[in-house]
Ligand binder design. Structure first.
Ligand code: PGA
Length: 248
């Protein structure tokens, strides 16, 4: 059995006051579960460390620099995330690729920087609507995956998580059907199996894109879907906890 993970991606939301309430409710509402993760904006990582240390909930960031240290104004290094107790970091989210111009090569470098510091990368892959309609979904996610596997090596995925997030399903209320998601997850796992059957059997592949309490259970019931990366619904403690329970 692969471990199940449900990770909240808060994106650029929250405040000290809002987070304080949310974290308390998430800890209480998901007690007894494993694989629960919250990923906050950088400035609040100290708050997650303070509130979540010693609980069953892990935490992480949503990005990091591919560089180790030095003259990179505005950037945050892997070691800094480790300083604040992060276990995870989201890498290559489609918003970073589309809005901030991250290429597959940058994403691969960030993945490697994260792992070199002992963080578990949550590597996001996904196609746009135009790419899906053009029938090139597998080629797109394949290229995104191969760039990382090429730089970091396939064995790196022993200590990593993949999140398949179709861009057209993110924040749109339009979820991939369980079968659409399963098909891409299967394709990814088959692709990994060509390089390492062992890693393919172990690496958790999460689905992300408008996961809600109402659709989580049927998505997570698919054989190659190992949990979710949750945006909007991770800001509502009751919804997030219900989604976590659906994965258990
Ligand atoms: P969403 O976002 O759940 O709001 O669609 C998912 C994500 O972007 O990780």
């Amino acid at each position: 059995m692969r471990r199940k993970i449900v990770a909240g991606n808060w994106k650029m939301n929250g405040s000290l006051a809002e987070n304080g309430a949310l974290l308390k409710e998430v800890v209480a509402g998901s007690s007894g579960l494993s694989g629960v993760v919250c990923c906050s904006p950088y400035p609040y990582l100290f708050q997650l460390q303070r509130e979540l240390q010693g609980t069953h909930v892990a935490w992480g960031a949503q990005n990091l620099s591919q560089f180790e240290r030095g003259a990179y104004t505005g950037e945050v290094s892997a070691a800094m995330l480790v300083d604040f107790g992060c276990s995870y970091v989201i890498i290559g989210h489609s918003e970073r690729r589309a809005i901030f111009g991250e290429t597959s090569m940058t994403v691969a470098e960030k993945f490697k920087a994260a792992q070199d510091s002992g963080l578990i990368p949550i590597l996001c892959l996904g196609e746009t609507l135009a790419e899906r309609e053009a029938g090139i979904t597998e080629a797109v996610v394949g290229e995104q995956f191969d760039a990382v596997a090429g730089l970091a090596g396939i064995d790196a995925f022993e200590q990593a998580v993949i999140a398949y997030e179709p861009v057209w399903a993110i924040g749109t209320g339009r979820t991939a059907t369980p079968q659409q998601a399963q098909d891409v997850h299967r394709h990814l796992r088959d692709r990994i199996a060509l390089m390492s059957p062992d890693v393919a059997g172990k690496v958790p592949i999460l689905y992300g894109g408008s996961v809600k309490p109402a659709n989580a259970a049927e998505l997570f019931a698919m054989p190659d879907i190992d949990g979710g990366l949750i945006g909007g619904a991770s800001l509502v403690a009751r919804d997030f906890c219900e989604i976590c329970r659906a994965a258990a």
